[in-house]
Design a binder for this molecule. Sequence first.
Ligand code: PGA
Length: 251
Amino acid sequence: MRRKFIAGNWKMYKTMPEAIELVSELKRLLAMVRNVDVAVVPPALFVEPVAKRLAESNIGVGVQNIHDGGFGAFTGEISASMLPGLGIKYAVVAHSERRQYFGETDEGANRKVRALLDNGIIPILCIGETLAQREAGETFSVLAKQMAGGLKDLTAGQVAGMVLAYEPVWAIGTGVTAQPEQVAEVHSWLRNWLADRFDAGSAEQVIIQYGGSVKPSNAGELMRVPNVDGALVGGASLDAASFVAIVKSCV
Ligand code: PGA
């Protein structure tokens, strides 16, 4: 049985004092929640103090992006090789904002996924179509390309331990949430794609999150959709009460 996994992607928001205050509140409010996996994904600068504040809590910590290499002369970058030992469990890969504004490709995403797996960090690989692609009937060809590229050369065992986040680009930060029927259709298609490409047992283990304007008012309905194993939450994760309400919608 897959446990639900709710992750809060803070993007480029919060100051250090605000970050510490938010996770202190989350630690207190979620202390009794045991049957849902929860993580926060702060800006890289705050990851270490946040991880220290969350030590011995039931809340994991992730990073929003990494460089695809190991060590090297790449001013300003951080890599998967630097993450072990810092209390970091997850890393988001190829978020649509990275694809859109920073030119991330499926090939780059694949290098990042492999670097993370080599370093014992769980990748949260983001995929999703734009509105124009959906309207042109290209949703599944876009997703197939992103999946084939991002998961290239991985073993079934590696993929089984990963998280996928289906985030339709038109639903991110727009207030427009995909309808449960649309989410159901895509998530079951993704599960079948994984079973065909790898094997059914491994496909069953992959956590497939939905992301895009998840909020307390729609989380309960979305989390009951078959093959939805959790959520990648942006805006609603910046406030303790709304993030906690989303987590509790899974309980
Ligand atoms: P949103 O962002 O919840 O603000 O739409 C989701 C995401 O970018 O992961």
